[in-house]
Design a binder for this molecule. Structure first.
Ligand SMILES: [Zn+2]
Ligand SMILES: [Zn+2]
Length: 293
């Protein structure tokens, strides 16, 4: 939308979706975009035919309700999705608005970092959660129902883990992954037992929050990834809560009169020490090798 166009109220925009024909238009245009991503667009008559409405006047009425927020016309007069239209069409495909999926409970063959009891995962109502028998929370993440369709719980955990890593990396770069506003991060202590430091962010624009163990600051850092690779391991394989440095109780040291924080990552005979500022940004790293007998 150009600056001189009138802004549309969200309630008005969403009211425009209140008819099955309009939803079918979005789905049809999304199909068209998938089959011709470089030059998406359907002429009025073709779009009407594919949606399956015979009355041209009635179809035009509904199409006009979408034009602006969700659908736009190209120079040659054909219709295609706007950015918002694509987002809504994608959410429809992902089942965000309509589907309900349940998976688990499934024993994940992994132990709780705090008490050693077995980790059990379940997915219900859009939320994946991994807890132990003593109800310690190991991992909680939101995913749309489509992520769960045809997947096992273990596969869903893997999808959620990749999503978590991407989210952390985007937030650490200062951007909210949900609405793309700037976001400030904090590395701060908590009073909760066994949770000395958390990496946190809250987007003032959309209210989205992130609250994960301090070690998440280190995910995606090239030196940390390289350390794992040198020892034939990958941070991205295996369960997220089993990474020692990402455990909720992984120690964070205050150094230099509280200005600086330090975390250690040990793999094999090497220990990487990362220096962090209070926003969770890595400012320096050094690696120490220990001779073991
Ligand atoms: Zn536990
Ligand atoms: Zn946001």
């Amino acid at each position: 939308m150009s600056a001189d166009e009138e802004a549309i109220e969200p309630a008005t925009a969403f009211a425009a979706l209140g008819d099955p024909i309009r939803v079918a238009v979005l789905e049809t245009l999304a199909d068209d975009r998938r089959s011709d991503p470089d030059e998406p667009g359907l002429a009025f008559s073709e779009l009407r035919k594919r949606v399956g409405v015979r009355d041209s006047g009635r179809f035009r009425y509904h199409l006009e309700k979408l034009r602006g927020p969700f659908v736009e016309q190209t120079d040659d007069g054909s219709y295609r999705l706007t950015y918002a239209g694509s987002e809504v069409a994608t959410a429809i495909v992902a089942g965000t608005y309509t589907e309900r999926a349940t998976l688990g409970p499934t024993d994940l063959d992994s132990d709780c970092e705090l008490c050693g009891a077995g980790a059990v995962g379940r997915y219900d109502d859009g939320v994946l959660s991994v807890r132990c028998a003593n109800d310690h929370r190991l991992f909680v993440w939101s995913l749309p129902p489509n992520a769960a369709s045809g997947a096992t719980l273990r596969e869903l955990v893997r999808t959620a883990t990749l999503d978590l890593y991407q989210t952390v990396e985007t937030i650490r770069a200062g951007t909210c992954p949900d609405c793309y506003a700037s976001v400030e991060t904090r590395l701060e202590p908590t009073d909760g037992a066994g949770q000395p430091y958390r990496f946190r962010a809250r987007c003032e624009a959309c209210g989205s929050t992130l609250d994960v163990p301090a070690g998440c600051c280190l995910v995606g850092h090239p030196e940390v990834e390289a350390l794992y690779r040198r020892h034939g391991r990958s941070i991205r394989d295996g369960y997220w809560w089993e990474l020692e440095f990402a455990r909720a109780d992984a120690p964070v040291e205050r150094v230099d009169g509280d200005e600086t924080l330090r975390m250690s990552v040990g793999v094999g005979d090497e220990t990487l020490r990362a220096t962090l500022d209070d926003r969770g940004r890595v400012t320096a790293t050094d690696v120490e090798s220990v001779e073991r007998e």
